[in-house]
Design a protein around this ligand. Structure first.
Ligand code: TYM
Length: 352
């Protein structure tokens, strides 16, 4: 075996615990992003695990983005991370396009992943349903291979996400396993999705069967992290509900998607279990519950919005933080990528 290869071929190994996750700057962040992702990113950082977080701007351009808005939303997203409690000296925080390992490994994984795997992705199917799939970008189709590269460029072992990303993480596992098998190595870890808590799928405020999303045409369907206190309270007051009072038990929330969603949001914001919230509000009317939820949401979100606005006054400082994070990220990813090139048989003799 050539010397250069022997470094890459490894015996079964244990991987250092490391967390990676990302958010697309394709619109303003929502309460869904906050409860399903950001809030949990902060918890993981505070548990002392090595954490790497990324604004995935290269994912965002799988559908056309206005360049000025993309820049603004990337900075705003970074500001949201920091305002929510990500400390850029403890976590690595950067935007994806600054670290070329993502694109490079993304290409290699496009050669590992199979067309059939990609066409089974429900997000791809949803995004192209009723539309001309032929007109969708190749990037949108290949997107989960880039997502796998985001994670595996750092050999991350755990990925906190909302429920909607579960299938993409299963694909990440499949890519890692196939790469390891194809090249006879034990190189990439098989990642563990972390989908935890009361709000892994926050639903629309207008329709409890639809996910809360930054791309929903109705602004009333979501709470944005940039909404002021009055807007948050109004959206919650006007949110769709049913005529019944809140149930005595969690089971009573079955078949009541809107009620269940508001209870889940309350639990996640308060840091209580759903059982606790149901016990506290058993028999209450929405006329009582909604104002309590609005007060809680304002109390938890307003300080974040205020801090985001403050940080956005100084975009150069945000860019400096992202640049510093990108340097640290590249220092981790580049040696891993070099090994991948070696494993796959690519000559890397240029002097750098
Ligand atoms: P994105 O940008 O759509 O969402 C970012 C994170 O927020 C979570 N989320 C939600 N959680 C609960 N309820 C909701 N309504 C809700 N809406 C969004 C998402 O589950 C996600 O955790 N493909 C990813 C971005 C990505 C990524 C990665 C994530 C790219 N590379 C590598 C993890 C690791 C996406 O589009 O997320």
């Amino acid at each position: 075996m050539p010397a250069s290869q022997s470094a890459a071929v490894q015996t079964p190994q244990t991987y250092q615990p490391r967390i990676f996750s990302g958010i697309q700057p394709s619109g303003g962040l929502t309460l869904g992003n906050y409860l399903g992702a950001l809030k949990r990113f902060v918890e993981k950082q505070d548990e002392g695990i090595e954490t790497i977080y990324c604004m995935v701007d290269m994912h965002a351009i799988t559908v056309w983005q206005d360049p000025a808005k993309l820049r603004q939303q990337t900075r705003e997203g970074a500001a949201a991370f920091i305002a929510a409690g990500i400390d850029p000296s403890r976590s690595i925080l950067f935007n994806q396009s600054q670290v070329s390992a993502h694109a490079e490994l993304g290409w290699i994984f496009s050669c590992i992943a199979r067309m059939g795997w990609m066409s089974r992705m429900t997000q791809w199917k949803d995004k192209t349903a009723g539309k001309n799939a032929e007109a969708a970008s190749l990037g949108l189709f290949a997107y989960p291979a880039l997502m796998a590269a985001d994670i595996l460029a750092y050999k991350a072992t755990m990925v906190p996400v909302g429920e909607d990303q579960k299938q993409h993480l299963e694909l990440t596992r499949d890519i890692a396993i196939k790469f390891n098998n194809d090249y006879g190595v034990d190189f990439f870890p098989v990642v563990e999705p972390l989908i935890e808590g009361a709000a892994t799928r926050v639903m629309s405020l207008r329709d409890g069967t639809k996910k809360m999303s930054k791309s929903d045409p109705s602004d009333q369907s979501r709470i944005n992290l940039t909404d002021d206190a009055d807007t948050i309270a109004t959206k919650i007051r006007k949110s769709k509900t049913d005529p019944l009072p809140l149930p005595e038990t969690v089971d009573g929330l079955k078949d009541r998607p809107e009620a269940r969603n508001l209870v889940n949001i309350y639990a996640a914001l308060a840091g209580h279990t759903v059982d606790q919230v149901v016990a506290d509000f058993a028999g209450a009317q929405f006329g009582t519950f909604k104002p309590a939820l609005a007060d809680l949401a304002v109390a938890k979100l307003s300080p974040i919005t205020t801090e985001m606005n403050r940080l956005m006054q100084d975009p150069a400082e945000i860019d400096r933080i992202l640049g510093h994070g990108a340097d640290r990220a590249a220092a981790l990813a580049d040696p891993i990528l070099e090994q991948v090139y070696d494993i796959t048989g690519m000559i890397r003799s240029r002097r750098r």
